[in-house]
Design a protein around this ligand. Structure first.
Ligand code: DON
Length: 315
């Protein structure tokens, strides 16, 4: 596949007219984002970085962190152990839903808050500071650079986080939390407040696309089997209650966040990061969706696309 040089600026111009949606405001600090921000970065598994627009504008990672933290937990504890605490079934529900399995109390999947808080509680360390450091170090390995916490967003998360505390209490009652409620939620709020750019989340996605090896730094961050499992779970539940339609329409494992980022993976080929803060009713970036829909359609990136020819295994 050959991508023409002017593709990324051109595709930004094609979605710029979209002004639907609202910048998230349930966390007051998020409402300060520039609604017009628009950027994209594409990182190939060969380690080449292409970017256009506001690809270096910082924003808090929010839920885009969830698949990467999940991958780190799988790497440390193993798929079987983590799966006793959090499932892999799409919930079909909003990100902050009380989405727990009836019999076990396990959260349905790690891409919604209930599951993500459990995953944060499983990070290495015996208190929130140590667990936060494990997250910061792990996400930095995915991004290939040091990441800082936006303290103002963190404070804002703390003030508005009662629903997340309630989810953590339910997980604790079901005995699936790996720490106290306070440690789990503080770690989760700090995780959401780490600052990244569209370029960073493209490198992070490219690391999954590249069998767990960061193609820019060449560091093996997680194993191939962990990367594969994580991409599969992203494909099933990364876009919340829009996940089914997303997989059918765009066909790339992806994860969105309320600050306007989307990380998408074309396994074996690319990581893509987009940034545009206005969100649709399900909490996904309006222009981010349009960018990824456009690129996927024009370049045949859908994971279930047929690339021509036939196959006979006995030939
Ligand atoms: O309220 C929360 O849990 C956020 N700090 C993170 C949520 C998020 O990004 C969900 N995504 N769309």
């Amino acid at each position: 596949m050959h991508v023409p040089r002017g593709l990324l600026p051109d595709v930004l111009d094609r979605v710029r007219f979209l002004t639907d949606g609202e910048v998230a405001s349930y966390i007051p600090q998020l409402a300060l984002a520039d609604p017009e921000g628009l950027g994209i970065a594409v990182v190939s598994t060969a380690g080449k970085v292409y970017q256009a627009g506001d690809a270096d504008v910082p924003f808090t990672i929010q839920s885009v962190s969830k698949p990467f933290i999940y991958a780190l937990a799988l790497q440390v504890h193993g798929i079987e152990e983590v799966s006793t605490r959090v499932g892999v079934e799409p919930s079909g529900e909003p990100f902050n839903a009380i989405s727990l399995e009836e019999d076990t109390g396990r959260p349905m999947n790690p891409m919604i808050n209930a599951g993500a808080i459990v995953v944060s509680s499983l990070m290495e360390g015996s208190n929130a500071a140590q667990k936060t450091e494990s997250i910061r170090t792990g996400l930095a390995a995915f991004a290939g650079r040091h990441l800082d916490i936006d303290e103002a967003v963190y404070e804002s998360e703390l003030e508005t986080g009662d629903r997340n505390r309630a989810l953590a209490h339910l997980a604790h009652a079901a005995k699936v939390l790996g720490s106290s409620v306070d440690v789990a939620t503080e770690t989760y709020f700090r995780q959401c407040s780490l600052t990244v750019t569209a370029r960073d989340i493209a490198v992070m996605a490219a690391t999954l696309a590249n069998a767990g090896r960061n193609p820019v730094t060449n560091e093996q961050v997680v194993s191939e089997s962990v990367a594969r499992w994580t991409m599969a779970v992203m494909a099933g539940s990364g876009m919340y209650d829009a996940s089914g339609e997303w997989l059918a329409r765009v066909g790339l494992p992806a994860k969105s966040g309320v600050s306007g980022g989307i990380a998408a993976v074309d396994p074996g080929r690319f990581g893509i990061g987009t940034y545009s803060p206005r969100l649709d009713a399900r909490g996904n970036s309006v222009r981010g969706i349009a960018l990824l829909e456009t690129i996927s359609a024009e370049y045949g990136l859908h994971v279930f696309a047929h690339h021509g020819g036939t196959f006979d295994p006995f030939e």
